[in-house]
Design a protein around this ligand. Sequence first.
Ligand SMILES: [Ca+2]
Ligand SMILES: [Ca+2]
Ligand SMILES: [Ca+2]
Ligand SMILES: [Ca+2]
Length: 312
Amino acid sequence: MKKLSGITENTGRRSKMKKLLGTAAAVLVLVLAGGCVQEPSAELSDSENIQSLLSSNSYVKMNPLEGQGESGGGGKDNDFPEHWWRKLNSEGVFELILENDPATGICTVTVIRNLDASFNIDVTHDGVINPGIKPISDIRTRRLIVERTGEDTAPHGGWVLTHITPAEFSLNSGIPQEVFIQSMKIYQGDELTWECYSTDTFYSIEDGLPVLELGTLVRLEVEVLHLNPQYTPAYYVYAHGPCPIWPRHWMNDDGLWGDRIADDGIYSYEWYVEGSSEHWFIAADIIDADTMLDQEEDDYDSGAWGILALKS
Ligand SMILES: [Ca+2]
Ligand SMILES: [Ca+2]
Ligand SMILES: [Ca+2]
Ligand SMILES: [Ca+2]
């Protein structure tokens, strides 16, 4: 076993997709449409039990980052669009890559979901919602570890989920991706609750995920990368999660609204946790200014990381 909570595999970000998609280590690739999973039973093989465990497990879900939210700059700044939002068209199939033989009783799995969506963007500040639409074709990847801990007759043949990585959203459109999230930190008050510097880091379901208390002041801090900045600002950064009013908020690096230091490359959003669900998907999202400054061009360029947060 090569991974534990908080331990990062030493692989580079941009080599990762290549590694995943061309991996020689994969022993089994399973592609299943949603819902097409057999009922769990002792008759199933290990791989079938893993499929049934993961296809019904809410920890495996990856949010499409849909919905309206803050554009940024208090809504008055013409550098930001008047409105923008993603609209999900289809999530495609659910692809599982078993990276080793599950007969060992422990298995690392890559989960891939495609995302077919529309980027609605309105850059005309006229008080009217009149967006253009840019196509989104994304691939969302997460890895996880499952272990066989019980008897064959236990649910899913005894297989349980023990560790997950963050979900990573990458372009699958053929357009070169130039914007990336580099790190994520979640604070409650001034205490660091959770941090991530690589989407290859596995977190224990048991005690490695952020656990948030309702009503607590939470701050998300992220660092980002633009490989080819063309504009000032070169990109826009957003938080998604159990936030007030909107599910999406602008993250700033201007030393205000929770951002501790202006212009230090750390973008922040601070809020009081609300929401009633059992757990939440907290994501950070960077969008290229080239995408945000017009509503005609087919140039959607964005990257995101998302992690599950549990309610205490
Ligand atoms: Ca408009
Ligand atoms: Ca800052
Ligand atoms: Ca453009
Ligand atoms: Ca770009």
